[in-house]
Design a protein around this ligand. Sequence first.
Ligand SMILES: Cc1cc2nc3c(=O)[nH]c(=O)nc-3n(C[C@H](O)[C@H](O)[C@H](O)COP(=O)(O)OP(=O)(O)OC[C@H]3O[C@@H](n4cnc5c(N)ncnc54)[C@H](O)[C@@H]3O)c2cc1C
Length: 397
Amino acid sequence: MNAKAAQRHEVLVLGAGYAGLSTTIQLAARTRKRGNLQVTLINPYDTFTERLRLHMTATGQDTARLRLPELLDGTGAGFVRGWVTAVDAEAKTVRIDDDRTLRYDTLVYGLGSIADTVAVPGVDDHAYTLNSPEDAVVLADRLSRIDGETVVVCGSGLTGIEAAAEIAERHPELQVILLGRQEPGARMHPKAKTHLDAAFARLGVRVRSGVDVVKVLPDGVELADGSGVPAGAVLWTSGTRVSPLAAAAGLTIDERGRVVTDGALRSVSHPDIYAVGDAAAIRQGYGVMHGTCQGGMPTGVHAALSILRVLAGKEPKPFRFGYYHTPVSLGRNDAVVQFTRPDDSPRRIVLTGKRAAKYKETVTAAPWPTFARMKRMPVSGAFWPHGGRYTRIRSAK
Ligand SMILES: Cc1cc2nc3c(=O)[nH]c(=O)nc-3n(C[C@H](O)[C@H](O)[C@H](O)COP(=O)(O)OP(=O)(O)OC[C@H]3O[C@@H](n4cnc5c(N)ncnc54)[C@H](O)[C@@H]3O)c2cc1C
C-alpha cells in the first residue's frame, strides 16, 4: 500500500437504496478532486431497485434498468457487488458473502427494510412479497397462472393498497381481497379516503378490515376468529423488518432493530457508523421517522454532509425533516395524493384522479435523475422541508 492510499479515509456505504445512493453520490461528488477520501458502495445488484415500482413488476410491467456503475461513473466512487453478511464494529470491517473482508474508517448503514415475514406462521413458506425484484417477478409469474382465483393481499398500509389496486387493474380475471387490521387510508383526510374507497369499488377490490391474519397456508389464510379465506396467491405486505446485522454488530438499536442515531445521523453507540433511510431510527420533534423514500433521500444527503463536517473538524448540524405528501397509486390511471403536515398528519388538501396519477409518476421517476443531477451539482440535493416547529427537539436546547 502506498503512503497516499494509507492516508485515505475509507467510507463504505452499505445498500444502494434511495438513502445509501444519496450518501454515495453526495460524498463522491463533493470530494472527487481531493483524493483523500474513497467512497465504496456495496449492493447485491448492479442495478438500482426502484422499490416504489415493485408492485408494477409484480403485475408483469417492465421497468427501466438503472445501472449503478453508469451512475457512479466519473464520481470516483467504487462499487462492490455483494451481500453483506457481517459488520465487525470493533475491527471496522465488513464481510461480504464471497468471503471478502473490506475495511472502513467510516461506515454508512443503509440496508433498508422489508415486510415482516417471520412474525406470522406460514408467511415465509407460502406468501409472496414485494421485498426484492426477484420476489416481485415470482409473484408476477404466479398471478399469470391462476386465472379466476382469489388473490389475498395482507396489510392495508400503503404498499398493500397500491398492490391490491395494481393487481385488480392488471388482472381483472382475479378476485382481489385486501385484509388488514385497519381500514385502508384510515389516516387520510375523508376526501382522500372517499376517493380511495370509490377506486377500490371500481376496480372490484374487496376490503375486509378489522381482521387479524394469524396463519398463511398453502391455499389461503387463517384469521384470528378461526375462519379462513381461500386464495390462489397470498401477498404479504404487513409489518416491517430490518437486517439483523446492526444488532449482531452490537450497535444500539430500537425495538424494531433500527440503528438509533444522534442528530448528525451517527450511531449513538458507534459514532464512526452513520445510519440512513429505513434502517435508521431517527428522532424528530414529532417522534421517530417512519420509512419513506421522501425522508430517506434527505437522510442520505445529510449523513454525507455530517461526515464531511466531522472530517473537517467541524460540529455536524442536526438533521431535520418534515413530511409533505403521501402519494398513493391506484393502478396506472388513478391515484390519491394526501398532502401532509410535517408530522405526517393529513391536511385538507388532496389530489385525486389522473392529475394525482401524473403527480405520483413524477415522484416515482424523480430519484434517478436527482442522483444524476447531484453528481454534477451536489448542492442541488441539499434542499428539503425542515419541518419548522414540528421537527424541533426541545430537550436538545
Ligand atoms: C411497493 C412499494 C411502494 C412504495 N411506495 C412509496 C412511496 O410512494 N413513497 C415513499 O416515500 N416510499 C414508498 N415506499 C417505501 C420506500 O420504498 C422505502 O421507504 C425506501 O425504499 C427506503 O429507502 P432505503 O434506501 O432506506 O432502503 P431501500 O431502498 O430498501 O434500499 C436498501 C438497499 O440495501 C440493499 N441491501 C439490503 N440488505 C443488504 C445486505 N445484507 N447486503 C448488501 N445490500 C443489502 C438492498 O438490496 C437495497 O438495494 C414503497 C415501498 C414499496 C415496497
